[in-house]
Design a protein around this ligand. Structure first.
Ligand code: FES
Length: 119
């Protein structure tokens, strides 16, 4: 396993993201409530560049005719067909078996590092 320190922490503003290339992989680094998350820039549906998708929240489970908005800034919507994923986990909002690949992030000495496993 190798950690690639690719950005200064302040290179990504709160609620924003940056796309980096590490070992040929395009990876989005997102900052959500001062935590950093790394997602593969590739949608598992048909391969869209995920990081071009809008970041928002979603409606939470609720009773009929009640609409509760939550997870603001934690959901990314694929730009091609709208599949939604949780930035924190990579899991889709509609099926436990569908997710975007995520990478472990290390923050150290003001740098954001992404762990890649050797394959
Ligand atoms: S390519 Fe992402 S939802 Fe279709």
């Amino acid at each position: 396993m190798t950690v690639h320190y690719v950005l200064d922490t302040d290179a990504v503003s709160e609620g924003g993201h940056a796309v980096v290339t590490i070992e040929g992989k395009s990876i989005g680094i997102y900052r959500v409530n001062n935590e950093y998350f790394a997602l593969n820039n590739y949608c598992p549906h048909q391969g869209a560049p995920m990081c071009a998708g809008l970041v928002s929240g979603t409606t939470m489970p609720s009773d009929v005719y009640e609409y509760e908005y939550g997870k603001s800034g934690e959901i990314i919507r694929c730009p091609w067909h709208g599949w939604e994923f949780d930035i924190r986990t990579g899991k889709s909002l509609f099926n436990d078996k569908v997710w975007v690949k995520t990478y472990k992030v290390n923050v150290e000495d003001g740098k954001v590092g992404v762990e890649l496993k050797r394959e």
